[in-house]
Write a protein that binds this ligand. Structure first.
Ligand SMILES: Cc1cc2nc3c(=O)[nH]c(=O)nc-3n(C[C@H](O)[C@H](O)[C@H](O)COP(=O)(O)O)c2cc1C
Length: 276
């Protein structure tokens, strides 16, 4: 009776379970960190549907009210005239959007330069994900001039640690370096293109719980003071003259903790509404 009043049919409930489950599965397979709240929601609804349908030997009507109240509380929904199926579906979509925004902001807050690493190697899966993040970066006119040299060889990493006066020393302890170079003949936006790829990789490393640090390559001097950083790195890694070195990402499991940025401490004075 109550089910009818609320406009619930067994099919609607079953459909919602499928949709909710699909939404969660999509998240679980498509993003790095499962969306915890969506899972909770999905589980909750899954359980609630069993109750609504009268499985598990419960009184379906009584439990339904209880569980609906729980879902409403969980989703911060006040009482309304719409049935729980609509509410749940709307809420899933709303939560999806909120989770995405919170996660992205939180990720950017947590990204810090890490210069000390443990000796633990980086899994192939993680390293591939960081490289994919670099490859996902857009480029001017989509010319894709950026290329990546993924260095894991200990001898090469130790050599690269001398590519700068001090500033690349952390590579001695890093598990990998991704060297970002770009073809000068291909595009006139190689600095921008390379920088976006760098940033994508720093964020992905953070997402994976890896430590990372940008090491500037362009316009810098090698430790030997006889070569530019670019010439030194070219000698070590053998990339052609038409490729310009932008920077390197040092990567490894973090051996230091750095606090996340707090949104309230941002330099809001640097933001000018309409005119300077
Ligand atoms: C363009 C650029 C060049 C950088 N070059 C180096 C570098 O050569 N060596 C280094 O240790 N850190 C380098 N960094 C890291 C900065 O020092 C660091 O981002 C800054 O101090 C802010 O700290 P955070 O990354 O923890 O937010 C560089 C960062 C950027 C964006």
């Amino acid at each position: 009776m109550l089910r009818k009043e609320r406009g619930l049919s067994q099919k609607a409930v079953a459909d919602t379970i499928v949709i909710t489950r699909t939404a969660y599965n999509k998240y679980e397979s498509g993003v790095i960190q499962p969306v915890r709240k969506l899972k909770e929601l999905s589980d909750l609804f899954h359980v609630s549907a069993d109750y609504i349908l009268g499985r598990n030997g419960h009184n379906p009507l009584l439990d339904k009210l209880e569980i609906e109240a729980q879902i409403r509380k969980y989703l911060d929904l006040s009482e309304g005239g719409r049935n729980i199926v609509d509410i749940t579906l709307d809420a899933v979509h709303k939560k999806e959007r909120e989770e995405h925004m919170d996660e992205l902001m939180n990720l950017m807050q947590r990204r810090r330069s890490i210069r000390r690493f443990t000796s633990e190697p980086i899994s192939k899966e993680d390293l591939d994900a960081v490289v994919q993040a670099g490859l996902l970066a857009p480029s001017g006119r989509s010319l894709c001039p950026v290329e990546f040299i993924v260095v894991q060889d200990r001898i090469l990493l130790d050599k690269l640690a001398h590519a700068r006066v001090g500033a690349a020393k952390m590579l001695e302890g890093a598990a990998a370096a991704i060297v970002v170079i770009a073809d000068k003949d291909k595009s006139d936006t190689i600095i921008e293109d390379s920088s976006i790829a760098m940033m994508n990789m720093l964020l992905m490393a953070t997402e994976l719980g890896l430590g990372s640090c940008w090491i500037q390559g362009r316009m810098r001097e090698a430790e030997n003071k006889e070569q530019t950083t670019e010439a030194y790195v070219r000698d070590v890694l053998g990339f052609p003259e038409n490729y310009q070195l932008e920077a390197m990402v040092a990567l490894g499991h973090p051996a230091q903790e750095r606090p996340a940025y707090d949104l309230k401490d941002l330099h809001y004075e640097k933001v000018h509404p309409d005119t300077f």
